[in-house]
Design a protein around this ligand. Structure first.
Ligand SMILES: N[C@@H](CCC(=O)N[C@@H](CS)C(=O)NCC(=O)O)C(=O)O
Length: 238
């Protein structure tokens, strides 16, 4: 059977991996995971004990978590280098460098903003302090990313790669949190606009939003989460 990507919504970083699967064009299936409630069940905890998305259920039924591990899994299947580059090439190293930065420093900068948004208790002063701290971190990481981006249309060269996939999943968070004005970051703005216009990214948005869409044909089914978790549970019990 095809691998199944567990994609979190709303505004999940998983969006980028859906786009990457589309760019790669190899058969896959997906299941939508509503955050945070659908991740808080025991059944989901059996899939990912840290109760996060994305998750990849591989063809052999084993589970792979963590964006960077899933990106590497995709890279190893990308024999034609549609979304990656030959092993050991300067482009491949640069791609991994971007993926590392984007999945750690850049993504992590939003943590105080997510905490401020989702906290159930705590004082308004504390929430405000988190927002101020988060906005500062997000601006800092945007300045760094702007300096890292070269003159090419995409992060590495003239076509989207796994680095762009990791970027596009989290690039919208600055707007979502109204964290900063993108005007001082023209390269980030241009890349974001280019990727948002990409058919694979638009398809990934449709999947995230739960609206009908036609992708490149690689997605062989969008499965209800309960069905996937039920199958995993039954397999574990057997
Ligand atoms: N290091 C993990 C982080 C994944 C992560 O933070 N995922 C978020 C969604 S983008 C999540 O599941 N958050 C838990 C929540 O919203 O409760 C990865 O890169 O896969």
């Amino acid at each position: 059977m095809e691998p199944i990507l567990f994609a979190g919504y709303p505004a999940g970083s998983s969006l980028g991996l859906v786009a990457a699967f589309e760019w790669l064009g190899r058969p896959y299936r997906a299941t939508r995971v509503h955050m945070p409630d659908a991740m808080l069940t025991e059944a989901y905890a059996r899939v990912n004990g840290r109760q996060e998305t994305p998750v990849l259920l591989r063809e052999d039924g084993s589970v792979l978590t963590e964006t960077m591990a899933i990106a590497r899994w995709l890279e190893l299947r990308d024999e034609d280098h549609r979304i990656s580059f030959p092993a050991g090439s300067a482009e491949a190293h640069r791609m991994h460098q971007f993926i590392g930065f984007l999945n750690t420093g850049f993504t992590g900068a939003f943590t105080p903003l997510w905490v401020a948004l989702e906290m159930q208790d705590g004082s308004e002063d504390y929430r405000q302090a988190l927002r101020t701290f988060g906005r500062g971190l997000v601006a800092h990481r945007h300045r760094q990313l702007e300096a890292m981006i070269g003159g090419a249309p995409y992060l590495i060269g003239d076509r989207p790669s796994l680095a762009d996939a990791v970027f596009v999943g989290v690039a919208r968070w600055a707007e979502f949190h109204q964290a900063l004005d993108l005007t001082p970051f023209p390269k980030i703005q241009a890349l974001k606009a280019r990727l948002e216009a990409d058919p694979a990214v638009r398809f990934a948005h449709a999947i995230e939003d739960g609206v009908p869409a036609t992708g490149c044909g690689a997605m062989r089914g969008l499965l209800p989460l309960e069905e996937v978790l039920g199958e995993i549970g039954a397999r574990l019990a057997a």
